[in-house]
Design a protein around this ligand. Structure first.
Ligand SMILES: [Zn+2]
Length: 321
């Protein structure tokens, strides 16, 4: 069966987020909204339209562990016998959410944000926003979590869906592909507009931060190669012609990367001045998405050998090579 889109309200300036429902042969919900009363009510109403109550859900499948996609999973398992399925990389964000969020906030506060040279008030607002995010989930008891492999197969709607690991927006993100019906549950990997490459704390044992936008661009190759009729994204309406959407995003990324290079060549060396130049059209309070993109463009330019990073007084400076 075709996944049924449930259009849920998300705050945080995100607008809305989707969950997808399969009613047969068992009730499966893909993604679980954000932990707000409004989102819970919309989810319950959306399920009721299809004759489903939260208690009927057998499985909740999570595409990626961002709070707008798994915030209500804990409440759903509390009100049903459902298990929560998530990739093996995402599972710790359900079972040890508090510890991982703490680690991420410490990384942002003591490491990442310190090197950007942003004004103290911008850092404070950013950290506060991230702390709020961490409250928009309920923990899921470990015995209710079923981790799946990054190249596994999930049964949903009476069909086998391939799990495909597509890091970039989130390192643990998976999309689900049904080859016979040519359907792609694309999570936040493929949206109508490019998702943000969110900066994450370095994985254990890694030397440093994984550059997210270069990784995202490689994941686009993987998605582009799939034979897809309909894309069911994590935000917005389903769409067709995924290769046209991907081509447009690549074009935009290339264009903005070149603009960024232009500013660096003109002598803008630090993140605050680059952010002002690249995101002058956005009010400073909502520039977190812009910050993720800017770091992404700088990562792309560094990878291409077009800029290099210099640390001056503990702050990153970028120079054209
Ligand atoms: Zn999302």
């Amino acid at each position: 069966m075709e996944p049924v889109r449930l259009d849920l309200p998300a705050d945080l300036g995100i607008g809305q987020v989707n969950a997808y429902l399969f009613t047969q042969p068992e009730v499966v919900l893909v993604d679980a909204g954000i932990k707000t009363d409004a989102c819970w009510e919309a989810l319950v109403d959306g399920l009721a339209l299809h004759g489903i109550a939260p208690a009927d859900i057998a499985r909740v499948v999570i595409t990626h562990t961002h709070v707008d996609h798994y915030g209500l999973a804990g409440r759903l398992v509390a009100e049903s016998d459902a298990t929560v399925w998530v990739s093996e990389l995402g599972a710790p964000w359900l079972s040890a959410a508090e510890a991982l969020w703490h680690e991420r906030l410490v990384y942002y506060r003591d490491d990442f944000l310190r090197h950007l040279g942003l004004p103290a008030d911008v850092v404070a607002v950013t950290l506060h926003g991230l702390e709020l995010l961490a409250t928009r989930i309920d923990p899921v008891p470990a015995e209710r979590i079923v981790p799946f492999h990054l190249d596994g197969v999930l049964q949903m709607g009476g069909q086998a869906w391939q799990v495909i690991h597509t890091p970039g927006h989130a390192s643990m993100q998976t999309v689900f592909y049904q080859p016979e019906a040519r359907r792609l549950l694309s999570a936040d990997m493929l949206l109508a507009v490019t998702p943000t490459p969110v900066v994450e704390q370095p994985p254990p044992g890694a030397g440093g931060r994984v550059p997210a936008l270069p990784v995202f661009v490689r994941s686009l190759d993987v998605v582009e190669a799939l034979d897809v009729a309909t894309v069911y994204p994590g935000h917005g309406r389903p769409f067709t012609d995924h290769r046209r959407v991907i081509a447009r995003q690549r074009e935009r990324i290339t264009q903005r990367r070149e603009e960024c290079l232009g500013y660096v060549r003109a002598g803008l060396a630090r993140v605050p001045e680059l952010l002002d130049a690249m995101y002058a059209h956005q009010p400073p309070a909502t520039r977190l998405a812009g910050l993720w993109m800017l770091i992404g463009y700088l990562d792309l330019l560094s990878e291409a050998g077009l800029v290099r990073q210099e640390v001056i007084d503990d702050v990153w400076n970028y120079r054209a090579t």
